[in-house]
Design a protein around this ligand. Structure first.
Ligand code: IPE
Ligand code: IPE
Ligand code: MG
Length: 236
């Protein structure tokens, strides 16, 4: 029997926390609390399945536009959850990385992130990436600015700049593009997430709300991925 095809990089747009809470007559923040349990479950499943990279869209640049109480609640929750997970990350060989517009995060959250990233840098089993204050257009724009600076004094060489070179200027430099992109809660859109990097990702949409998305649901997405035929524009 052929071995099941496992994606190297799984990325998830974790959506539906607010609706999950509302369905239970609770404040939206309760959905975010419960969502942390799904993060833990999916991280565990990713380690068990031998996935190399798991990336999670936790907070978009647009999410800054939500009411202050929700934004502050989310930031506090992130800080607390990171600290809580430290031991588990070390025990399970998880390297923790945060990518996004870090300038917009508080200095205390940035300090915690720096510490977590340094402490887990040597772990090699799974790289867990949290996209915080991230948007795809922001990423492409900051890369374009870097490219402009790089070629400032040698504009004649610019036509030779490659997609690979540009990709190395994105915040995801060195990380393989997602093989599988999952979005929960029934929404079927990219919401300014990884725009460049999902050029050939397989998309998987599910109606399950993020707080209900646990190991079984994660494995169902992997099963579906294993059945997909990736052609990259070519003929088989
Ligand atoms: C996803 O859940 C988490 C974040 C975007 C921070 P939502 O908060 O978007 O939940 P819904 O979509 O309103 O249900
Ligand atoms: C996308 O979810 C962002 C994250 C999951 C962090 P949103 O709930 O913000 O997206 P829209 O508003 O439905 O497009
Ligand atoms: Mg949402």
């Amino acid at each position: 029997m052929e071995e099941k095809r496992i994606p190297r990089h799984v990325s998830i747009i974790m959506d539906g926390n607010g609706r999950w809470a509302r369905e239970r007559g609770k404040e939206r923040i309760f959905g975010h609390f419960e969502g942390v349990e799904s993060v833990r479950a999916c991280t565990e499943a990713a380690v068990e399945e031998g996935i190399e990279y798991l990336s999670l869209f936790a907070f978009s640049e647009e999410n800054w536009g939500r009411p202050d109480a929700e934004v502050n609640g989310l930031m506090e929750l992130m800080m607390r959850s990171m600290k809580n997970e430290y031991r588990t990350f070390m025990d399970n060989g998880v390297r923790f990385v945060v990518l996004g517009n870090r300038e917009r995060l508080s200095s205390s959250l940035n300090a915690t992130i720096d510490e977590m990233m340094e402490e887990t840098a040597g772990n090699t089993r799974l790289t867990l990436i949290l996209f915080l204050s991230y948007s795809g257009k922001w990423d492409i724009l900051q890369a374009a600015k870097k490219l402009a600076l790089k070629y400032r004094d040698r504009a004649d060489e610019l036509p030779e700049a490659s997609a690979e070179e540009f990709g190395d200027l994105l915040v995801t430099a060195g990380i393989p593009d997602p093989d599988l992109l999952i979005r929960t809660s029934g929404e079927e859109r990219i919401s300014n997430y990884l725009l460049w990097q999902t050029a050939y990702s397989e998309f998987y949409f599910t109606d399950i709300l993020w707080p209900d998305f646990r190991k079984e649901a994660f494995r169902a997405a992997l099963d579906e991925y294993a059945r997909r035929d990736r052609r990259y524009g070519k003929v088989k």
